[in-house]
Design a protein around this ligand. Structure first.
Ligand SMILES: [Zn+2]
Ligand SMILES: [Zn+2]
Length: 348
């Protein structure tokens, strides 16, 4: 076994504290990499707090993981010691179902293995995430990371990046399209960057007028304050797509009214409670409301390669792992531009 240091929640609501645990030995198809940076995702906090149910404790969160390879199994051909490597939200899947066969491991019909708070495909061994110094992952779920990009700022691409890249690619958002990005946080700021890179006209919809300056710096062409009825009204029937990154409760009907005929409202943010939706928001205008979850492994690699070619990374604030709790508090208040990333050198 490989002795590993990390930060774990021992129980629901215990918060995080240092914890030593073992990772498996490097198998023939495994890659071990030492973690240099790990992004802080909103879902880390939901899960350590036991908000989603069925949590597995102790829990080491973290699924925006980058580092350098220190060992490879005897059968591994795609990685060698010294390579940069990354792992996102998944570390395995059944590989046989219709979704897996199509490279859509994120929609594995038999249940994929998430990077933490999940079970390996043996259905009994828990997985532990990236708030730790090293990780062992099957090579098929390890991504190549370019040496060209700032490594710390690359980490959030593994969740926030692919979560926004995948739906924009799926719906072929690009030149000639008017894209609204609803909410300007970790996901929203990546949605702007990808929307602009794909050639769409990008408008940020936000409750906070204070975010306009940042939205424009990130490349957005327009900005609408959603709490201003006049501004909302001026955008009725305007957009081809809305990328909805908001995970607080909000009225979908209000935003569907902003779509043109055949427009699609794409949910990547997940409010905790159900929301009322009237069919009359969809029927006139043949509109759709859809969801999207991260992306498959091949698409995640495509996204990372696209980012390397186009010099796209996340806007981050690097933190010491000891400051993870204050960082969570600031994240809850939306007080981060736009992603915290843990410098794992601070894990002693
Ligand atoms: Zn995430
Ligand atoms: Zn599957």
């Amino acid at each position: 076994m490989i002795a590993t240091k990390g930060y774990a929640a021992q129980t629901k609501d215990s918060g995080l504290a240092p914890w030593n645990f073992d990772r498996r030995e490097v198998g023939p198809h495994d890659v071990q990499f030492d973690i240099t940076y790990c992004g802080v995702c909103h879902s880390d906090l939901h899960q350590i707090n036991g908000e989603w149910g069925g949590e597995i404790f102790p829990m080491v969160p973290g699924h925006e993981i980058v580092g350098r390879v220190v060992a490879v199994g005897s059968e591994v051909t795609r990685f060698k010691v010294g390579d940069l490597a990354g792992t996102g939200c998944m570390v395995d899947s059944c590989r046989n179902c219709e979704s897996c066969q199509k490279g859509l491991e994120q929609y594995c019909l038999n249940g994929n293995t998430l990077t933490y708070n999940s079970l390996e495909q043996d259905h009994k061994t828990p997985t532990y995430g990236g708030y730790s110094n090293t990780i062992v992952v099957n090579e098929d779920f390890v991504l190549h990371i370019s040496e060209k990009l700032d490594l710390a700022a690359t980490a959030p691409l593994l969740c926030a990046g692919i979560t926004t890249y995948s739906p924009l690619r799926h719906w072929k958002v690009g030149k000639g399209h008017k894209l609204a990005v609803l909410g300007l946080g970790g996901l929203g700021h990546m949605g702007i960057k990808f929307g602009v890179a794909f050639g769409a006209e990008v408008t940020v919809l936000s409750t906070s007028p204070k975010k306009e300056e940042d939205a424009r710096k990130l490349g957005a062409h327009n900005f609408i304050v959603t709490s201003d009825p006049a501004q909302l009204k001026s955008a009725m029937g305007y957009f081809d797509f809305i990328l909805d990154t908001v995970s607080a409760e909000h009225d979908y009907n209000q935003y569907l009214a902003l779509l043109k005929t055949d427009g699609v409202h794409i949910c990547v943010g997940a409010p905790p409670t159900p929301s009322a939706l009237t069919a009359f928001s969809l029927i006139p205008g043949r509109k759709s409301i859809a969801g999207s979850n991260i992306g498959g492994i091949a698409e995640t690699q495509e996204m990372l390669d696209f980012c390397a070619e186009n010099n796209i990374v996340s806007d981050i604030e690097l933190i010491d792992i000891k400051d993870i709790h204050p960082a969570y508090e600031r994240m809850l208040k939306g007080d981060v531009r736009y992603r915290f990333v843990i410098d794992m050198a601070t894990l002693k």
